[in-house]
Structures are given as structure tokens and as C-alpha cells.
Write a protein that binds this ligand. Structure first.
Ligand code: NAP
Ligand code: G4F
Length: 348
């Protein structure tokens, strides 16, 4: 039986990957960081919390990473843990660099020392490209990070390549473009929109405040992208791959489509609030996944409209169930509306 250690197991991708690997017969170990309140609703939703083995550890704490690797004795490590919210990286640049950047270095050092045969997947990102790009972006497009988050991920990207060349460690960068799902956290724009659309339809909210409506993203479905992480580690040689849909849409188009799903006109509800506009933003992302298609045999299955509908339908159903008194693991009722958060202001 193969053994996998997933860092960031409580996140969107960590939950889907846990289920994917359990279904493949893996023994799954999930590294989670200690929090004052429980944070397992995504794993519970997918019915796999009681099937994985949880190890408390933190990417900023090298000794806890050592323990996690010793306990799990993995064949494969999937490094999904990060401070993953770009906007927060402007407010917390140092901890973002520590976790999102140095975190991988701490893992690779332990792998090098304990068992250099462990294969490692690194969650790289399309944010590496930064602002000002045009056309389809691929593995050869130069990177120009536009946030502390992207700079930290660029450090990790090069660290992975360096450990591959210097020590022969099997480590792959998955340059994943934005991927979403009903398990996406509420601070990201897609789920923020779909959750609000559901609440507005049910009379629980009156408006939706957003920032930059013109930014374009290549949005795919998280579950489609999980398979790729695994495929990369099943190859004979480690390599880096772009994973995307090849389509791009603006935040405005996402909002328009999401309100459409429930028969609402987005223009009546969406307001722009400058507090959600970032000091620097990436205006355009569109990925070329030909290398993954040719070498891994991978293609995305879910495209834009289907993704938006899936997310709106799920949030709408859950709010209806919640109002009917049903109880289930879910984040939305406990979310502090970002309208109440005053620390986020546009920087000059
Ligand atoms: P996510 O939902 O934000 O999950 C991030 C995970 O990292 C959570 O489990 C979080 O734990 C954990 N974490 C944060 N700080 C940690 C620390 N100091 N020590 C240990 N764990 C820590 O992110 P995601 O969307 O699943 O993305 C997975 C990875 O892919 C991330 O590295 C992200 O940067 C990258 N990525 C995501 C996308 C995307 O569109 N989703 C695209 C490209 C790359 P808590 O639950 O306790 O916060
Ligand atoms: O949903 P977002 O916060 O995602 P972003 O910044 O693209 O980052 C996500 O994808 C990356 C891959 O490219 C990952 F590496 C990263 O971990 C994360 O998963 O914002 C998308 C766009 C931005 O241009 C933002 O300025 O939406 C714009 N936006 C407009 N109004 C907003 C809002 N974003 C958020 N979060 N909230 C708003 O109200």
C-alpha cells in the first residue's frame, strides 16, 4: 500500500486530494496546523475525515515537519500548505514568505536528510507570471511576481528545481491556474460571489461588494486538477507542468453568470468597494496546458459555465437546508462578513 503525506489537508485541494488518494488505495496522512477551533468541514463534507491519519505540524516549524515525515514514512509528499490568499500576503508579507516560500525548503531538507527517494509535489501557481502578460502562458513564459505571495511561491519554485538538479530529488512544480469548487474558502472571489448570490436570492443579503471587476482568470474545477498532481508523481522523470483550462473570463463575467443562474441581474446588486482593490493586481491569466495534455494525457473536463452553476447551486441548496434547520459541516454561517473587516485598505 502506497503512503502519502499531504500538507494543507484542511484546504480545498487537500480535501479533494485526500479522497482521490484514498480511492486509489493509499494510506493517507494529513498534516494540519493546530487551531483554536475545528477546521475540518471540507474533509467531513467528502466523508474522509475518519479515513485519514492526522498529524499536527506547521510549515514554519522544521522539527514538526521532521516528525510528520518520520511518522508517515511517505512514498509521496504533496505540499499544498500555504498562506494562499494573495490579498492577505500584502498585509502579512513576512509570514507568507516563511510559510509559502521557506516551507518547501524545510520539507526538501528533511527529505534530503531522511529519505531522498520520497517524491514531492509542490503547489506552484499561475500567480508566478504576474501582471502585464498576454496570450497563452506556458512553462517557458518568464515569471514576474506581483505580490508577496507570488514572490514566496517563486522562491519555492526555484528551490524545487534546485533540489532536483543538485540532489536528484524527484520534485515537480504544478503551475496550477485558479481552480475552484463548492469547497473553496469564502475569501476568494468565486465563492464570495456564489455565496452572496444564494443569500441575495433568499433575502439574506442586499448587495455584494467587490474590488477589481476587470481582472481575468483562467478558472477550472479543483477536482479536475487534483488528478494532475498525482499524475506528475507517477512519471519516470520529475518535471514542471502548467494546468489550466485555456479559457479566460473577467470577475465581472463570473458575477454576471452567477447571478444569471438564479435569474438575477448582477448590475442591481454588485457594487465596487475600493477596499477590495489590491496594491498591485494581476489583470490577465490564461494557461496553455498542452504539455500536460501530451505528457500526462490530462485535459480539463469542467468548463466555466458548468463550474459557476455548480458553485451557485451548491451554495443555494446549502443555505436553503440551513434555513430549514438542517445541520451539516459548512463554513458560510460562521463567516465574518468581509464588510466588517476594517484592516484591509487600499494602499497608495
Ligand atoms: P487553501 O484552501 O487556502 O488551503 C491552504 C492550506 O494550507 C490549509 O489547509 C491551511 O490550513 C494550510 N496552512 C496554512 N498555513 C499553514 C502552516 N503554517 N502550516 C501548515 N499548514 C498551513 O488552498 P488551496 O486552494 O487548497 O490551494 C492548495 C495549494 O495550491 C496552496 O499552496 C495554494 O497556494 C496553491 N494554489 C492554489 C490555487 C487555487 O486556485 N486554488 C492555484 C494555484 C496554486 P488552515 O485550514 O488551518 O488554514
Ligand atoms: O479569487 P482571488 O482572491 O484569487 P487570486 O488572487 O487569483 O489567487 C488565487 O489563485 C492563484 C492562482 O492564480 C493561487 F495561487 C492563489 O493561492 C489563489 O488561490 O482573486 C481573483 C481576482 C483578483 O484579481 C482580485 O483582485 O479577483 C479580484 N477580485 C475582485 N474583487 C477580488 C474581489 N478578489 C477577492 N478575493 N475578493 C474580492 O472582493
Amino acid at each position: 500500500m502506497k503512503r502519502a503525506l499531504i500538507t494543507g489537508v484542511t484546504g480545498q485541494d487537500g480535501a479533494y486530494l485526500s479522497k482521490f488518494l484514498l480511492d486509489k488505495g493509499y494510506k493517507v496522512f494529513g498534516m494540519y496546523r493546530r487551531t483554536a477551533n475545528p477546521n475540518f468541514w471540507k474533509l467531513q463534507t467528502l466523508n474522509c475525515l475518519d479515513k485519514i491519519h492526522l498529524i499536527p505540524a506547521d510549515l514554519s516549524d522544521a522539527s514538526s515537519i521532521l516528525e510528520a515525515i518520520r511518522i508517515s514514512e511517505p512514498d509521496e509528499i504533496y505540499n499544498l500548505a500555504a498562506q494562499s490568499f494573495v490579498e492577505a500576503s500584502f498585509a502579512q508579507p513576512l509570514s507568507t514568505a516563511d510559510i509559502t516560500g521557506l516551507g518547501l525548503l524545510r520539507i526538501l531538507e528533511k527529505v534530503r536528510q531522511i529519505n531522498p527517494n520520497i517524491k514531492v509535489y509542490q503547489a506552484s501557481t499561475s500567480e508566478l507570471y504576474g501582471d502585464g502578460q498576454k496570450g497563452l502562458l506556458n512553462e517557458d513564459t518568464p515569471f514576474a511576481p506581483s505580490s508577496p505571495y507570488a514572490s514566496a511561491k517563486l522562491f519555492a519554485y526555484h528551490t524545487a528545481k534546485n533540489y532536483r538538479r543538485s540532489y536528484g530529488i524527484f520534485v515537480c512544480n504544478g503551475i496550477l491556474f485558479n481552480h475552484e469548487s463548492p469547497l473553496r474558502s469564502l475569501e476568494f472571489v468565486t465563492r464570495k460571489i456564489t455565496n452572496s448570490v444564494a443569500k441575495i436570492k433568499l433575502g439574506l443579503e442586499k448587495e455584494l461588494k467587490l474590488g477589481n471587476l476587470e481582472a481575468k482568470r483562467d478558472w477550472g474545477y479543483a477536482l479536475d486538477y487534483i488528478e494532475c498532481m498525482w499524475l506528475m508523481l507517477q512519471q519516470d522523470e520529475p518535471d514542471d507542468y502548467v494546468i489550466a483550462t485555456g479559457e479566460t473570463h473577467s470577475v465581472k463575467e463570473f458575477a454576471q453568470e452567477a447571478f444569471n443562474v438564479l435569474g438575477l441581474n448582477w448590475e442591481e446588486y454588485v457594487k465596487v468597494d475600493s477596499k477590495f482593490i489590491r496594491p498591485e493586481d494581476v489583470m490577465y491569466l490564461q494557461g496553455d496546458y498542452s504539455k500536460a495534455k501530451n505528457k500526462l494525457g490530462w485535459e480539463p473536463k469542467v468548463k466555466f459555465k458548468e463550474l459557476v452553476k455548480m458553485m451557485v447551486d451548491e451554495d443555494y441548496k446549502k443555505w436553503q437546508d440551513c434555513l430549514a434547520g438542517k445541520q451539516f459541516p459548512w463554513d458560510a454561517p460562521y463567516y465574518v462578513s468581509d464588510l466588517n473587516i476594517i484592516s484591509r485598505t487600499k494602499r497608495a
